[in-house]
Design a binder for this molecule. Structure first.
Ligand SMILES: [Zn+2]
Length: 401
């Protein structure tokens, strides 16, 4: 009897120790999914709880890619489905994804701010989805319960976080010289984006959806309520309607990940703001970007999806004549658009889209079929690694001292 008890006790202790060990080695995993200049990012907490932000564009391509990542991550249910705002490159794939995996909670900023829906019938479809799950409208300062990870709403419905997070609240020197933009042509629902800050131990990352340049000043000036972040998802796909120095240089990210496509995002100004950001170590991109050209795209090692070989060869053989000049297909000094009838799986039709145009519309351009993603694994001590699934290149960033 006593021996049995001792044996059981030993077994119980061994179980506690081993589960504690496996627990302490667990990571917050983040999957940046290529939706060709749309947005979809999957966050998986150390316990396996899941939070998906946005679902890319309609048409099945992005839903397939999102489901491929969900399967690779071993996720069986989306516990929190966050729609940052109602543009078709963010909510376009929602119905398709929701038909393929259970969703327990929908989170958004409230009704759309635009009379004309970019994703037709979306509000009606959303009401049907709401009826089957929990629906939560968030405001800045709200916390989304997410096992072991503190998720705070930084922006929602045009409002911004006023109560600083731990480590935040200090004056932001990058506010000096802030130059407001004329945002009269910016689609208003961008400014309503739900933006989240994730803190896992000493690791912090931010995702502000398509929050815009002028609104960044509201959030970050004169005091920065977020503090420093380790990882920054470039706001608004790397379009230069967002990503001001006040935001980027204020947050001082170590790593930036850009969810651009070949012809959306990668704007010269955005790239230069990143390249000059204090403490920035690397830029990772979901795609090669024509706008950034040879000079400003990050090295291919850090790019998850390129172009077809023929187009890339054209780019290499015909570099832009002028440094810093934005260049679109057929533009000055361009390597020229992809050839007509290029191989399947390759690129956009010539003349499609245009450089960093700004209006949402994620379906524009891009290749069909599967795509590579970028995976981040963060530990609570602040160490994190980034992996490019195209070439399996992984770089580990040691915790900040
Ligand atoms: Zn967008």
């Amino acid at each position: 009897m006593r021996r049995t008890f001792a044996f059981l006790l030993t077994l119980a202790l061994a179980t506690v120790v081993s589960s504690a060990q496996s627990r302490s080695s667990k990571t917050l995993d983040i999957y940046f999914i290529d939706t060709e200049g749309g947005h979809s990012t999957l966050y998986v907490a150390p316990t396996g709880e899941s939070l998906l932000m946005d679902t890319g564009s309609p048409g099945g391509r992005d839903a397939d890619r999102i489901m491929a990542v969900i399967q690779a991550a071993g996720v069986k249910q989306i516990d929190h489905m966050v729609s940052t705002h109602y543009h078709s490159d963010h909510v376009g794939g929602l119905q398709e994804v929701a038909s393929r995996i259970p969703m327990a909670q929908f989170i958004d900023h409230g009704p759309t701010s635009e009379p004309k829906e970019q994703a037709p019938g979306f509000q009606k479809m959303y009401a049907e989805l709401y009826a089957k799950a929990k629906h939560t409208v968030v405001k800045p300062g709200d916390k989304i319960p997410f096992d072991g990870v503190t998720v705070v709403v930084a922006t929602s419905n045009g409002e911004v976080l006023k109560t600083p997070l731990p480590g935040g609240g200090k004056p932001n020197p990058a506010c000096a010289g802030f130059a407001p933009r004329d945002e009269s042509r910016v689609d208003p629902d961008n400014t309503m984006s739900v933006g989240l800050v994730f803190t896992y131990g000493k690791f912090r990352t931010v995702n502000l959806g398509d929050f815009t340049w002028n609104k960044e000043q509201d959030l970050m000036c004169p005091n920065n309520p977020i503090g420093k972040v380790d990882l920054y998802l470039t706001s608004h796909h790397g379009i230069d309607q967002s990503g001001s120095p006040a935001l980027v240089h204020g947050l001082q990210p170590r790593v930036a990940i850009m969810h651009n496509s070949t012809r959306k995002g990668g704007a010269i100004q955005t790239m230069q703001t990143l390249h000059t950001s204090p403490g920035l170590e690397d830029i990772w991109q979901l795609h090669w970007a024509y706008a950034a050209g040879l000079e400003q795209n990050t090295p291919a090692l850090f790019i998850a999806n390129m172009e077809d070989n023929e187009t890339m060869a054209n780019v290499l053989l015909n570099p832009p004549a002028t440094f810093g000049q934005a260049r679109g297909p057929g533009g000055p000094g361009a390597g020229g658009p992809p050839p007509q009838g290029a191989a399947a799986g390759a690129p956009n039709a010539p003349g499609q889209g245009g450089r960093a145009g700004g209006r949402a519309g994620g379906g524009r351009g891009g290749h069909t079929g599967p795509a590579f993603w970028i995976k981040v694994s963060a530990e609570s001590d602040g160490t994190f690694s980034v992996t490019n699934t195209r070439n399996n290149f992984t770089k580990t960033y040691a915790a900040r001292k």
